[in-house]
Write a protein that binds this ligand. Structure first.
Ligand SMILES: NC(=O)c1ccc[n+]([C@@H]2O[C@H](COP(=O)([O-])OP(=O)(O)OC[C@H]3O[C@@H](n4cnc5c(N)ncnc54)[C@H](OP(=O)(O)O)[C@@H]3O)[C@@H](O)[C@H]2O)c1
Length: 337
């Protein structure tokens, strides 16, 4: 990447993640030249107190863009599949939040705290991992450095905003109905079941061996990020009625037995993790406290009472920030650093 004082950036999509991209670019003082915002249709939007003019997306719109941050829809006719190759043709480096390119061998899958250097091997497109994978990788990396992780069993408690803006509306309109409050929130049906006062133990479609696509993402993406498929990983991913902030109960087995204080020290030293673990005062990470924050929060760090090399962690992060927007912008920051 040629060093410049400022970089022209395109943000594609102004849903839950795209809006957060605009916020994070501003808050992190990204050296912005021109900013172009694309969605399916042209309009003006407001994010906090800032107004943005949204353009209808077109291949020519990427002319002169250095970084194209994609937060549109996934799939065959989605934003990234249709327009990411066009953005690359026009000279942009694409950082995509969706799943379309993550497992492509020519596309680095990057969590900067773990495998930043992979980003430099890009051929135009870099992928952001799935939100639940990112926070797990950040939390486990310092422990993996102390002693190789051999086994991971993870259960997630994933916020509705992970399924986009319409899913937030579904939670809000159902909650308001239950509470008997008059509301103008449109009734959405993103999930197959009600989500307010409920939880749904399925994220994505069922795939191999009874696991869902989201669960396989956590396995395959973690292997790609850590450059090993030797870690035995199995996941259960669950949607819960929380607006923002994914929580994960993670069990790991390491090669060597680890001292809890050494684990806490390694996590605290990592720079992007906040250890909140004071059980005497019932202090542990909560999704409501993590909203709007860029760090990954870890608590309930404890040994398996029956397995000497077994450890439990409770890991929480804002899925729209570290799980999406912040991670993407950190990749761009790394490339220009
Ligand atoms: N939500 C999360 O926590 C999270 C975390 C990690 C990754 N992701 C991924 O990030 C992406 C965006 O997610 P989201 O939650 O922000 O979705 P969302 O709230 O549903 O918003 C989607 C946005 O994409 C735009 N869009 C859709 N198709 C487009 C196209 N063909 N060309 C240009 N723009 C298009 C939409 O435009 P209009 O507004 O004009 O309709 C909308 O602004 C998805 O790939 C998702 O899997 C999400």
């Amino acid at each position: 990447m040629i060093r410049k004082p400022k970089y022209n950036v395109a943000v594609v999509g102004v849903g839950a993640v795209g809006e957060e991209m605009l916020r994070v670019l501003k808050q992190r003082h990204f050296p912005l030249g021109e900013l172009r915002v694309f969605a399916r249709s042209e309009r003006d939007i407001k994010v906090d107190n800032d107004s943005y003019h949204v353009l209808g997306i077109s291949p020519e719109g990427f002319e002169g863009i250095d970084f194209a941050l994609f937060a549109g829809t996934e799939g065959e006719k989605g934003a990234a599949v249709t327009f990411a190759p066009e953005a690359v043709k026009h000279g942009a480096v694409v950082i995509d939040n969706g799943a379309d390119f993550r497992m492509d061998k020519d596309v680095p899958l990057v969590v900067p705290e773990v495998n930043a250097k992979d980003a430099k091997k890009h051929k135009g497109i870099i992928a952001n991992p799935n939100c639940s994978t990112i926070q797990m990788a950040v939390a486990l990396n310092p422990i993996h450095k102390l002693s190789k992780i051999k086994r991971i069993i993870v259960s997630t408690y994933q916020a509705v905003s992970g399924a986009g803006r319409s899913a937030i509306r579904q939670l809000e309109s159902e909650s308001e109905k239950i509470c008997g409050v008059q509301t103008n929130a449109p009734a959405e049906k993103v999930f197959a079941y009600n989500i307010a006062h409920n939880l749904i133990p399925q994220i994505g479609a069922f795939a191999d061996a009874g696991y869902t696509s989201e669960e396989w993402k956590m396995v395959r993406e973690t292997h790609k990020i850590f450059h090993t498929d030797k870690i035995k990983i199995s996941a259960t991913t669950v949607r819960v009625p929380v607006k923002t902030g994914h929580s994960e109960s993670i069990y790991i087995e390491t090669q060597k037995s680890l001292d809890i204080d050494a684990v806490k020290a390694a996590l605290s030293k990592s720079g992007s993790i906040i250890v909140k673990d004071d059980i005497a005062n019932s202090i542990y990470p909560l999704p409501a406290d993590c909203e709007g924050k860029d760090e990954v929060f870890v608590g309930r760090i404890r040994k398996d009472p029956f397995v000497d090399k077994g450890l439990w962690l409770w890991v929480v992060a804002d899925n729209l920030r570290k799980g999406a927007a912040t991670n993407a912008i950190q990749i761009a920051e790394y490339l220009i650093s």
